[in-house]
Design a protein around this ligand. Structure first.
Ligand code: SF4
Ligand code: SF4
Length: 251
């Protein structure tokens, strides 16, 4: 938690109420517990790169930020990348803004899926939707809210492994009264640390869901040095996942 506290300016957070209200407008409060839980899972998730979703997804949407990042990674101009690899989105621009789709014929794998690797050949630059796909998609949040628990993904081996790891750690903690008490105290609502962690986890989720630009703007308005990095958040995200196991995460 100390690394996270170091991101806060010495005079404390700024514009907190306004930023929270803006976040409420971006993801409605009734989705908030599922948004936080799925953000934590998304930070802990390690894709096995089995390629199943790369072979089976019908549409892979890319934002302009994605296109810039992937073009840089491939060492081609943005214009060349857009022309060779993308086409207009099939949904109206009122719904998807400037997002486009990767070019692929029905039934074909994603153009970046390479069975020889195996997996994604642009793994470190892949589209936001591929990073967020399982946990932080609109569809998944809707399912979670309807089921009143965090959804699981039987088709994804990595999701099962992660849940098994969380379940194992959770049962060890349950058997240790001292550790369980410490964990509960860490996330008690009124504590400054808990509030800061929830805010940063939410900001991180916004970064995954809406992209870096919007999350960075929110972070600046809060006076934060930056949006926390994945590694900085992972330790606390694991503790948070353990805290809510049984309540929401169906292992
Ligand atoms: S199915 Fe899961 S493990 Fe396989 S590529 Fe997709 S996200 Fe990764
Ligand atoms: S960009 Fe990569 S991760 Fe995304 S669908 Fe294509 S191959 Fe899979």
């Amino acid at each position: 938690m100390q690394a996270l506290k170091d991101l806060v300016p010495s005079g404390g957070l700024r514009n907190l109420d306004q930023v929270i209200s803006e976040m409420d407008g971006m993801i409605s409060p009734e989705f908030q517990p599922y948004f936080l839980a799925n953000t934590a899972l998304s930070l802990l998730f390690v894709c096995d790169r089995c390629g199943r979703c790369c072979r089976e997804e019908k549409v892979i949407a890319v934002t302009i930020e994605d296109c810039r990042r992937i073009a840089r990674y491939l060492g081609v101009s943005l214009k060349r990348f857009m022309k060779d690899y993308t086409r207009p989105h099939e949904l109206k621009s009122e719904l998807v803004g400037s997002a486009r789709m990767l070019k692929k014929a029905p039934g074909e794998s994603c153009p970046f899926y390479d069975p020889a690797l195996p997996g994604c050949r642009i793994h470190s630059a892949k589209p936001q939707v591929c990073i967020a796909a399982l946990y932080l998609s609109k569809m998944n949040l809707l399912i979670c809210e309807e089921q009143k628990k965090v959804n699981r993904f039987p088709i994804c081996s990595a999701d099962g492994k992660m849940r098994a790891r969380i379940a194992e750690l959770s049962s060890r903690i349950k058997g240790d009264a001292g550790a369980k008490k410490q964990l509960d105290q860490l996330f008690e609502g009124a504590r400054d640390e808990a509030e800061l962690f929830h805010l940063l986890l939410r900001l991180k989720g916004m970064q995954i869901y809406f992209g870096d630009e919007r999350a960075t703007l929110l972070a600046r308005r809060l006076g934060l040095a930056r949006v926390p990095g994945d590694k900085e958040m992972r330790g606390a995200a694991l503790l948070y996942a353990l805290e809510i196991t049984g309540l929401m995460i169906d292992n």
